[in-house]
Design a protein around this ligand. Structure first.
Ligand code: 6CS
Ligand code: FE
Length: 301
């Protein structure tokens, strides 16, 4: 019954950001705001920072968390890493070519420390300001990128996947990446194409069923074609916002981003928290396929 509803929903509603439908890539202009509230001194960031986020689609904040908070999160992360190596839980995602742990999903529900982190008031205040409403966690994960062996995340817009595979209707979500190790230009940090959040790159190719089982190890569908990427990077360039453990990067759901593998000896581990507006709850996936599991895309606050 559920899938019948999904199909009729899909037939009736308008898709503002169609992707993985046409055989040719197209770039569609963003139809949604970036910063949803009017700035005030209570917003948690300065007006300059808010304007920067609006223009560039991301914001880097150094020393956002205190050294003792960072220690608490890092100790917890190390424990999780150790226990998850033996685990066969579906929340634990392995590297594409080995059994090393790449990501652990759903940590805001499965772990008390990360649950508390996800509702950290200083962070939530900024997120709710940008998205202009109360928010909830759409996805949480820890990404490990150990020295020498940590693998890349190819270029993508998160929103493209969340729209097509999870049924997120509008661009009213953002990610917060929290550095738990020092990030350098050479240990596979996040790379963003600043300003690209204003363009939606519709991707080619049909989504295979249960795509997430492969895509979370190595994404091959819902990635932009090389000509579109070249055009974006020619226009906007690439930035690598890096800083010490405890720094954060807030980035819009549609900014083009990725990260390289880590052949340096320095590990890179981050916590990713994705917040979505309560006004932007998930519907049935725009692909018409089955929704991904709850541990990847929350349908329940
Ligand atoms: O699947 C997701 O939700 C996220 N993970 C990947 C590898 N790409 C899209 C999105 O960022
Ligand atoms: Fe991403």
């Amino acid at each position: 019954m559920k899938s019948m509803n999904a199909v009729s929903d899909t037939n009736q509603r308008q898709d503002l950001y169609p992707s993985r439908i046409s055989e040719r890539p197209v770039i569609i202009e963003r139809k949604d705001p970036v910063v949803y509230s009017k700035w005030s001194p209570a917003s948690g960031i300065s007006q300059e920072q808010s304007d920067f986020y609006h223009q560039q689609g991301y914001l880097f904040i150094e020393s956002f968390f205190t050294p003792s908070e960072v220690k608490e999160y890092r100790d917890e992360l190390k424990q999780l890493w150790a226990t998850s190596r033996q685990s066969d839980a579906s929340e634990v995602i392995r590297e594409p070519d080995s059994e090393e742990v790449r990501s652990i999903f759903n940590v805001h529900r499965s772990n008390d420390v990360f649950q508390a982190l996800s509702t950290h008031s200083k962070l939530k205040n900024i997120v709710d300001y940008i998205l202009g409403s109360p928010t909830y966690i759409h996805q949480s994960r820890i990404n490990f990128k150990p020295g020498f062996t940590g693998k890349e995340f190819y270029w993508h817009s998160d929103f493209e996947t969340w729209h097509v595979e999870d049924g997120m209707p509008r661009m009213r979500a953002l990610s917060c990446s929290i550095a738990l190790e020092d990030n350098y230009p050479f240990n596979g940090p996040l790379m963003v194409v600043p300003g690209s959040h204003k363009d939606f790159v519709a991707c080619v190719g049909q989504t295979p069923d249960d795509h997430y089982k492969d895509s979370l190890r190595r994404q091959q569908y819902g990635v932009p074609d090389q000509d579109s990427l070249t055009a974006l990077v020619k226009q906007y360039g690439i930035e690598t916002p890096v800083g010490k453990a405890g720094s954060i990067v807030l980035f819009d759901c549609n900014i083009m981003h990725g990260s390289s593998s880590n052949i340096s000896p320095m590990p890179r581990s981050n916590v990713f928290l994705v917040y979505n507006s309560v006004e932007n709850k998930l519907q049935s996936p725009y692909s018409g396929q089955q929704p991904r599991p709850e541990f990847i895309a929350s349908r329940d606050e």
